[in-house]
Design a protein around this ligand. Structure first.
Ligand SMILES: [Zn+2]
Ligand SMILES: [Zn+2]
Length: 355
């Protein structure tokens, strides 16, 4: 199969100006391969990028967003060694410079050269072109082999589940722990499963939407708390021996839940904050942190090769992706798909487009 000259892509000329059109298929640079994309998940950060641009500097416009995708390698560029045409792959969005102190310690999501392309940093779908297209040229070190048992559709959750795995690892969920997960979105729902597979005994999920809390129970949550019905801090404490959970993972990304995370964890507990509320101030209790002797971890995306490990974890039969990926659209209907995701139409949780 020969590669065509042009491809379909969703191009952001600047925040607010987003359209599907034909563009040239990129040539892979040294170290890169060309992938025929098969499916891409829609993420909350895509909507942020579409409407306001990314929170960090370094984006080059026009930009093709999209960072939760799977596909097949069709061409290998110069100086590539690890992939062949025909390989099924899932992407990893953060491409650190590979040189700075953080990159060398595996903390490449916090690369000290973030956004500086001339120093080797690339954040696919955020600062450089990503996966809302039929092809993407990407460094092979940003790809993971997609196991045969995972479909292209299921594999779109690799990026999301890798965030969750990194979060539960940063907050060191141990066997027998009680864990509260705030927010039953795609990250929360995969975090439930990562926590369980690391041996958590009781997992409580808090949220506002009953349809999503139902999915949380389906994928393994032992208890759910609807925050419209009861105070989440009190309710979670009651469910966790009255002292609070050993670990709280915040995934909702709103100021209120970040504050709740610190309030509800037991003294000497651990808090992992994956969600990012963006603008504004988050009131966090220093009293709770200091007098509670708490460990509070920021979790920036999929650090320390969590994506590679999660592709293996996701092959376990108990890891559920079906209840989370609720909607699928053709790529040509991307705008409709994004609306369905944004407005949570028909209980939409994760929405994917297929190419
Ligand atoms: Zn995402
Ligand atoms: Zn770096």
């Amino acid at each position: 199969m020969s590669t065509p000259e042009t491809m379909r892509a969703a191009v952001l000329d600047e925040p607010g100006a987003f359209e599907l059109r034909d563009v040239p298929v990129p040539d892979p640079e040294p170290g890169e391969v060309l992938v025929r994309i098969r499916a891409c998940g829609i993420c909350g950060s895509d909507l942020e990028i579409r409407d306001h641009g990314w929170l960090q500097d370094g984006t080059e416009y026009p930009l093709i967003p999209g960072h939760e995708w799977t596909g097949e390698v069709v061409e290998t560029g110069p100086e590539t060694y690890h992939f062949e045409p025909g390989d099924r792959v899932a992407d990893e969005t953060h491409g650190g410079c590979g040189y700075c102190r953080n990159c060398k310690r595996g903390r490449y999501t916090a690369c000290l050269n973030y956004g500086e392309r001339e120093k080797g940093h690339k954040h696919y779908g955020f600062t450089v072109d990503g996966g809302y297209a039929t092809y993407c040229a990407i460094r092979e070190r940003n790809l993971h082999h997609l196991p045969e048992v995972l479909s292209f559709r299921a594999g779109t959750l690799v990026t999301t589940a890798a965030c969750s795995l990194y979060g539960v690892e940063r907050a060191d969920v141990e066997a027998g722990d009680t864990v509260a997960i705030l927010g039953p979105g795609p990250i929360g729902l995969t975090a439930v499963q990562c926590a369980k597979l690391r041996g958590a005994k009781d997992v409580v999920v808090t949220g506002t939407r009953e349809s999503r809390l139902r999915v949380a129970r389906e994928v393994g949550a032992d208890h759910t708390v609807n925050v419209h019905e009861s105070d989440p801090v009190e309710a979670v404490r009651e469910l966790t021996d009255g002292v609070g959970p050993d670990v709280v993972i915040e995934t909702a990304g709103v100021h209120e839940t970040v504050s709740q995370a610190v309030e509800m964890v037991r003294p000497a507990g651990r808090v992992g904050i994956i969600g990012n509320p963006g603008e504004g101030e988050t009131p966090i209790s220093t009293q709770a942190i200091v007098n509670g002797d708490l460990d509070v971890y920021g979790v920036k995306a999929q650090g320390q090769n969590a994506a590679e490990r999660v592709t293996k974890l996701m092959t376990r039969p108990e890891f559920r992706t079906d209840p989370i990926i609720t909607h699928e659209f053709d790529f040509e209907d991307l705008h409709t798909a994004m609306d369905a995701f944004e407005n949570r139409e028909d209980g939409a949780v994760k929405v994917v487009v297929t190419m």
